[in-house]
Design a protein around this ligand. Structure first.
Ligand code: F6P
Length: 509
């Protein structure tokens, strides 16, 4: 019923002016855990918001929030709860105490590594969820790194990636940290194997093992891989998905390189957002409202992508991080019961760093033929150079205004009367491009924690609205299987089954 109403509302709203809709100011600015969300420049009216709310009630979105925080099974494919939130919230009773303890142990490990001071470089090896989070965190707080400790990352199976990560480092004072929840990921095991040889050939097998720290939810596989060598391992909880694992021991490298206290602040900010999402009613709940907006824009307005424009140097890696979080979670078309998802699901998420992107893809955002909702993330902060902060803020505000309001031919002619008609026409901005502003004063570690937790909850709740399981990822498996089959063919053993692949192999070799 609500779906049919939303479909018909989406038709009538398309003809309305975004500028007029926004001017009515009927969308409340929501806030939680230090973040504000202003979505007044979206194709929303009070009637649409009420219908979305009615839909949230009809499908019991609040129940989904409760199920997550009650540690009920929200990942039916693996018959598991999703306990990422438990890593940052002080456990209430025994329910999630053992999960929380894994992060506490990792923080203690970071503390002891710093105290011992044996290493001047850490190389973090992992991929996907075992890489993006720590990389984002390290890039965000690059100016706060512990002095004298270098941190490098390696994810790609392209051997150059490890070459570069190890370049110029000395095995004698390097710690290799290998992260793999499954301990079965080809890229990570390949890179770890090479890094281990690099250590062993310089230090000998016994000493090398002191330079190796493994983080996994599958210690049996790690033990087999180690083949009797006694390296240290830290646990990742099985009920925390890779893309939700930034709060886990997977972050031990950044816990060390930026100090455990910074990471504790990050966890505390996330816990604050958890409290907001757990307790705020759906109408005021940041995560629920953003999920409803995603649902509306994708499944009813038909927008196939969303641009995350981070007007913050600290957040320049956020779009990459969110691509895995949202697209691996919700890039699905069949629900847990095997039925087709009733509506179109997660859009393409892409984006980058403002104002850098203005000199690249913003042209397309302003005057291209596709309408893409943009999400501006702003944290002007208190940098001592106020001019730069002012310019960054002004650019973000200007971009959103032009995207929404456009620039008519009349305006162009009034401002530049001497322009030939064909040039004037090219200067027109159609406008009508919706946007949301997420803002906080300063991007401190706790605010980053709150922001990531917000996106996690939003992703899960959007998955509930789309009637899919946000915690599995069957789609990535097939490619891995096929690559395994093709490796011998590349070596000249056998033939590719697919004609186009066979031709490509001929071209490459
Ligand atoms: O790409 C699939 C995936 O399973 C991700 O979900 C995960 O984050 C990544 O691979 C790495 O997995 P692991 O931590 O098990 O090596």
């Amino acid at each position: 019923m609500t779906i049919e109403t939303l479909k018909s509302l989406s038709k009538s709203i398309q003809t309305q002016s975004l500028q007029a809709l926004a001017a009515r100011g009927s969308r409340p600015v929501l806030s939680g855990a230090g973040w504000k969300a202003d979505s007044s420049r979206q194709y929303l009216t009070p009637e649409i918001s009420d219908t979305l709310l009615a839909h949230a009630e009809a499908i019991n979105l609040q129940g989904a929030i409760d199920r997550l925080f009650n540690a009920e099974i929200v990942n039916p494919s693996e018959n598991r709860p999703a306990l990422h939130w438990a890593l940052r919230m002080v456990p209430d009773g025994d329910l999630t105490a053992s999960e929380h303890e894994t992060t506490v142990k990792a923080l203690a490990k970071a503390e002891s590594l710093l105290r011992a001071g044996d290493f001047s470089a850490i190389v973090h090896i992992g991929i996907g969820g075992s890489d993006f989070g720590p990389r984002l965190y390290a890039d965000a707080f690059a100016d706060r790194q512990v002095e004298g400790l270098e941190l490098r990352f390696c994810a790609n199976v392209d051997p150059l990636d490890l070459d570069l990560a190890l370049r110029g480092l000395s095995p004698a004072n390097t710690l290799i940290i290998g992260i793999s929840k499954s301990f079965g990921t080809e890229e990570t095991l390949y890179n770890l194997g090479r890094a281990r040889k690099w250590l062993e050939s310089a230090l000998g097998a016994e000493k090398a093992s002191e330079h190796l720290l493994l983080v996994t939810a599958n210690p049996e596989r790690a033990t087999t891989w180690l083949d009797g060598t006694p390296a240290t391992t830290l646990d990742m909880p099985i009920s925390v998905g890779g893309r939700y694992s930034i709060w886990s021991a997977a972050s031990v490298a950044v816990m060390t390189a930026f100090g455990p206290d910074t990471f504790k602040a990050f966890l505390a900010g996330a816990a604050e957002m958890d409290t907001h999402v757990k307790s705020a009613p759906v109408a005021e709940n940041l995560a629920a409202q953003l999920a409803l907006l995603d649902f509306w824009n994708t499944s009813f307005m038909g927008f196939g992508s969303r641009a995350v424009l981070a007007y913050s140097r600290r957040l320049r890696m956020l779009p990459t991080y969110l691509q895995q979080l949202e697209m691996e979670s919700n890039g699905k078309s069949v629900g847990p019961d095997g039925d087709d998802a009733p509506l179109s699901t997660a859009p393409l998420l892409w984006g980058g760093e403002g104002s850098v992107g203005q000199h690249s893809y913003h042209q397309w955002l302003h005057q291209g033929t596709h309408i893409v909702p943009a999400e501006f993330i702003l944290s002007p902060g208190s940098h001592s150079d106020a001019d730069g902060v002012e310019a960054l803020t002004a650019h973000a505000l200007a971009q959103a205004e032009v995207m929404a309001n456009g620039r008519s031919l009349e305006d162009v002619k009034a401002e530049e009367p001497d322009l030939p008609e064909h040039i004037a026409r090219q200067k027109v901005h159609p406008g009508g491009r919706p946007s949301t502003f997420l803002s906080t004063h300063e991007l401190t570690p706790d605010r980053l924690g709150a922001l990531i937790a917000l996106f996690e909850h939003r992703t899960y709740l959007a998955g509930v609205l789309w009637e899919i399981n946000s915690f599995d990822q069957w789609g990535v498996e097939r490619g891995k299987t096929m690559a395994t089959r093709l490796k011998p063919v590349l070596r000249g053993e056998g033939q590719a089954d697919d004609a186009a692949t066979a031709r490509l192999i001929e071209q490459i070799s």
